[in-house]
Design a protein around this ligand. Structure first.
Ligand code: GTP
Ligand code: MG
Length: 673
C-alpha cells in the first residue's frame, strides 16, 4: 500500500452535530489503539472525554476533550469538540490547530441539515475532512438517500468509500470500495474479512465506479483510465483517493458504530494514509518554515488545583519543559489523555501538548521564545445572542465573581461580561442559556463562587411630547444662613436621538454665572429617572430667568431648584415610554424562511426583506426590526425551528414610542422592581 506514513505527529478534530457520538468515537479510538484498556461509555459517564463536572452532569461535551494516542507508530492527537452550537467556540479554537477533521453524524437523512455550519467552516478553512456516519445500528432507509442528503448539506464532493452490508435489519459489515474487499464487524475488535455478498455485486460495482468518477474530476490519469474503460488497480485506487482527500478536494464517507467499536480501525487507517502531514496545516496557517519554535494556544484551563494548563499546537521547532514562551516559563510539558497528564521532555511540530502555568496564555494566542511574535489567525468569535443578568449570591463576593468571569473569558472568547448602565445590571453574554449556565457552574465548581442569574431588564427610556415653562423656587429659612434658589425653565421635546441639551438665556445676572452649572446638574440629576421611572432623553431645558439672594443663594440651593423644576414640570410634558428597537439579520436555510417570518411577526417584529446569504447556497438572510424586549429568547426559538442551525446578528437601531397596555405593563413591572 502506498501513501507515506512517515508524517510526524498529527491532530484530528472530531466535529459534528450534538449527540452524534464523537466522544464515544474518541473512546473507541483510544481503546482500539491501546491508549486505554477498558472502554467507558457515554451512558455510564466514565469516558476519557467529558470528565468535567459540567459535562458529566449534562451527559454531553461542554468543552473540547484532548487525547493523544499512537497508531502503528504514528502519533495522533484527537480534539473531540462539543456538538452543541452553544459551545462551538471551543471547537472552533481547536480546529485552528488540526490537520484534518472527522465529521461524525447520524444515519438519518433529515438530520443532514445539522451538518451545514460545520461543513461550511471546514471548507472555508480548507481543512481536509472525512465524514463518519455513526450509529449504523440505528440506520433506517436506504444509504443512497442519506448520501444524497449529506451531499446537499456539504460544500465538497462527498465520496462514499464503503458500502454497508445489511443483513435483515442489521448492518453487519461493509465493502471497502477502493480494494473491493468485504469485512464483517466484530464487537470490540477489528473487523474480519468476509466475502462480498453475492446480491451486492452490482451495487458494489456501481458504487465503485461512481467513486472513481468523482475522483477523476481531480486526476487526469484516472480520467483517462476511466474513459478507456480501464479499472484502476487496488493500490492505484487507494493512491488516487489518498492524494485527493489529502488535498481537500473531496471528503470520503465512512460508516460505523462507535459504541461497538465498529468501523474504527478502518477510520484510523484512512486517517493514517489520507490525512495530510503537519506541514500542510502549517502552510495554511501561514507559518514560515524555519525559525524559532512557535506554538499556538488552542485552549487554556484554570484548573482548581493544578494551576493553569494550556493546550497548544506546536507549529514549528522543538518545545521543551522549562522553555520561555512569551515572557513566561513553561512549567511542565505534557502529553494529554483527557484529564490525565503524562510528562514529556520535548514536543515537535504537529504535536498537541499541555503546557503548564502560562498564566497569561489565552485561547488563540501565538507564542515563541521571542516576546513579540506575529500572531497567527484566530478562530472567528460570533456575536453573543443571549444574555443573563448575573449577581453574586453573596454580595461580598462581587469582586471575586468578576475576577473569575474574566478568567472564563480568557478560556472562551465567546463569553462576555458587561455592565448595562441604564439598568445597572451586570450581563453575562454568550451563545445560549446552556452556555451561560455552564459558565455559572464552572464558577461554582472551580472557584466555589455561587451566582444568581435572571432575565435582564430592557433599557427602556422615556421622552416628552409637549413643551412647557416651569418655575421653581427653593427657599429655606432655618435661622442663621438660609437657602435660596429660584429658576424659570423652558422644557421642550427634541427629535429622536438628540439626547439632552441645556441652554441658558439668563440676562442681567438674575441667576449669577457661577450657579448656572448647578442648575444644570440639578436638571440632569432628575433625568436619570423621569416620571415613568426611566432615564429621560431627547429634550432641551433652557434656563430663561430666575432670582437669587446675596447671602442665602448657593450651588446646592440652585441645584435643588433645578431638580424641583423638572419634578414639577416633566409630568406636565406628556411623557411617553421609549423602547429600544434592534435591527436583526436572521440566517436560516431558505425552506425555513417562512417559519422564521412567523417568529418575527409574533414578536411584534417588522420584516424589512430577505436576500440570499452570501456564500451559503440555499440559505437566506431575513432582515427585520424587533423590540429588544422580544429578543431575550429569540435564539432559542430560531434554533428549535431550524434544527439548531439558524443564527442571527443584531445591532441597536433606534428608540421608538410604546403606548397602550404594553406600555402600562412595563411601567408597572419596573416600578415594582
Ligand atoms: N446506538 C448507538 N448509539 C451510540 C453510538 N455511538 C454513540 N452512541 C450514543 O449516542 C449518545 C451520544 O454519544 P456521545 O459520544 O456523547 O455524543 P457526542 O457527539 O460526543 O455528543 P456532544 O459532545 O454532546 O456533541 C450516547 O448515548 C451514546 O451512547 C452507536 O454507534 N450506536
Ligand atoms: Mg461529546
Amino acid at each position: 500500500m502506498s501513501g507515506s506514513t512517515d508524517t510526524g505527529p498529527r491532530s484530528v478534530a472530531l466535529v459534528g452535530p450534538y449527540t452524534s457520538g464523537k466522544t464515544t468515537l474518541l473512546e473507541a479510538i483510544l481503546f482500539a489503539t491501546g491508549a486505554i484498556h477498558r472502554k467507558g461509555s457515554a451512558k455510564e459517564g466514565n469516558t476519557v472525554g467529558d470528565a468535567s463536572p459540567e459535562a458529566r452532569d449534562r451527559r454531553m461535551s461542554t468543552e473540547i476533550n484532548v487525547a493523544t494516542t499512537t497508531y502503528l507508530g504514528d502519533v495522533l492527537t484527537f480534539l473531540d469538540c462539543p456538538g452543541s452550537i452553544e459551545f462551538w467556540q471551543d471547537g472552533a479554537n481547536a480546529l485552528m490547530g488540526a490537520d484534518a477533521a472527522v465529521v461524525v453524524c447520524e444515519p438519518e437523512a433529515d438530520k443532514a441539515i445539522m451538518m451545514m455550519p460545520v461543513l461550511r467552516r471546514l471548507s472555508d478553512m480548507g481543512l481536509p475532512h472525512f465524514i463518519f456516519v455513526n450509529k449504523m445500528d440505528r440506520a433506517s432507509g436506504p444509504v443512497g438517500d442519506l448520501v444524497t442528503a449529506l451531499q446537499e448539506a456539504a460544500e465538497k464532493p462527498l465520496v462514499p468509500r464503503q458500502l454497508p452490508i445489511v443483513d435483515g435489519e442489521a448492518v453487519t459489515g461493509y465493502v471497502d470500495l477502493p480494494s473491493l474487499r468485504a469485512f464483517a464487524y466484530k464487537p470490540g475488535a477489528a473487523s474480519e474479512p468476509r466475502d462480498i455478498p453475492g446480491d451486492m455485486a452490482d451495487d458494489v460495482a456501481r458504487a465503485r465506479y461512481e467513486m472513481l468518477e468523482k475522483l477523476a474530476d481531480f486526476d487526469d490519469t484516472l480520467m483517462e483510465q476511466l474513459l478507456e474503460d480501464v479499472d484502476p488497480e487496488r493500490d492505484a485506487a487507494y493512491d488516487h483517493l489518498s492524494a485527493i482527500t489529502r488535498d481537500g478536494h473531496v471528503a470520503p464517507i465512512l460508516f460505523g458504530m462507535a459504541e461497538q467499536g465498529a468501523g474504527v480501525t478502518r477510520l484510523l487507517k484512512a486517517l493514517r494514509h489520507e490525512a495530510p502531514a503537519a506541514n500542510a496545516a502549517a502552510e495554511r496557517a501561514g507559518v514560515e518554515p524555519g525559525g524559532e519554535p512557535l506554538v499556538q494556544i488552542l485552549k487554556s484551563v484554570n484548573t482548581q488545583h493544578g494551576g493553569k494548563l494550556s493546550v497548544a499546537r506546536v507549529w514549528r521547532g522543538r518545545v521543551a519543559d522549562g522553555m520561555t514562551l512569551g515572557d513566561e516559563r513553561v512549567a511542565g510539558l505534557f502529553r494529554l489523555l483527557g484529564r490525565q497528564t503524562d510528562k514529556l521532555t520535548e514536543a515537535v511540530a504537529g504535536d498537541i501538548v499541555g503546557l503548564g502555568r502560562l498564566e497569561r496564555a489565552v485561547a488563540g494566542a501565538t507564542l515563541s521564545p521571542s516576546k513579540d511574535v506575529a500572531q497567527l489567525p484566530r478562530a472567528p468569535v460570533p456575536q453573543p445572542v443571549y444574555a443573563l443578568a448575573m449577581t453574586a449570591a453573596d454580595r461580598n463576593d462581587e469582586v471575586k465573581v468578576s475576577g473569575a468571569v474574566t478568567k472564563l473569558m480568557d478560556e472562551d472568547p465567546s463569553l462576555r461580561f458587561e455592565h448595562e448602565d441604564d439598568t445597572n445590571q451586570w450581563l453575562l453574554w454568550g451563545q445560549g442559556e446552556m452556555h451561560l449556565r455552564v459558565a455559572a457552574d464552572r464558577l461554582r465548581n472551580r472557584s466555589g463562587l455561587s451566582v444568581k442569574v435572571e432575565r435582564p431588564k430592557v433599557p427602556y427610556k422615556e421622552a416628552i411630547r409637549k413643551g412647557i415653562s416651569q418655575h421653581a423656587r427653593y427657599k429655606k429659612q432655618t435661622g442663621g444662613h438660609g437657602q435660596f434658589g429660584d429658576v424659570h425653565v423652558d422644557i421642550k421635546p427634541l427629535p429622536r436621538g438628540s439626547g439632552f441639551q441645556f441652554d441658558d438665556k439668563v440676562v442681567g445676572g438674575a441667576v449669577p454665572r457661577q450657579f448656572i452649572p448647578a442648575v444644570e446638574a440639578g436638571v440632569q440629576d432628575f433625568l436619570g429617572k423621569g416620571p415613568l421611572g426611566f432615564p429621560v432623553v431627547d429634550l432641551s431645558v433652557t434656563l430663561t430667568d430666575g432670582q437669587h439672594h446675596s447671602v442665602d443663594s448657593s450651588e446646592l440651593a440652585f441645584k435643588t431648584a433645578g431638580r424641583m423644576a423638572m419634578l414639577e414640570g416633566l409630568p406636565k410634558c406628556d411623557p411617553v415610554l421609549l423602547e429600544p428597537i434592534l435591527h436583526v439579520d436572521i440566517s436560516a436555510p431558505s425552506e425555513l424562511t417562512s417559519r422564521v417570518n412567523g417568529v418575527v411577526s409574533s414578536r411584534r417584529g417588522q420584516i424589512l426583506g430577505f436576500d440570499a446569504r452570501p456564500g451559503w447556497q440555499g440559505w437566506d438572510i431575513l432582515s427585520a426590526q424587533l423590540p429588544q424586549s422580544e429578543m431575550h429568547d429569540l435564539i432559542i426559538e430560531i434554533r428549535s425551528l431550524t434544527s439548531g442551525v439558524g443564527t442571527f446578528t443584531w445591532k441597536f437601531d433606534r428608540l421608538q414610542e410604546l403606548h397602550g397596555r404594553l406600555a402600562d405593563e412595563v411601567v408597572e413591572t419596573y416600578a415594582a422592581g
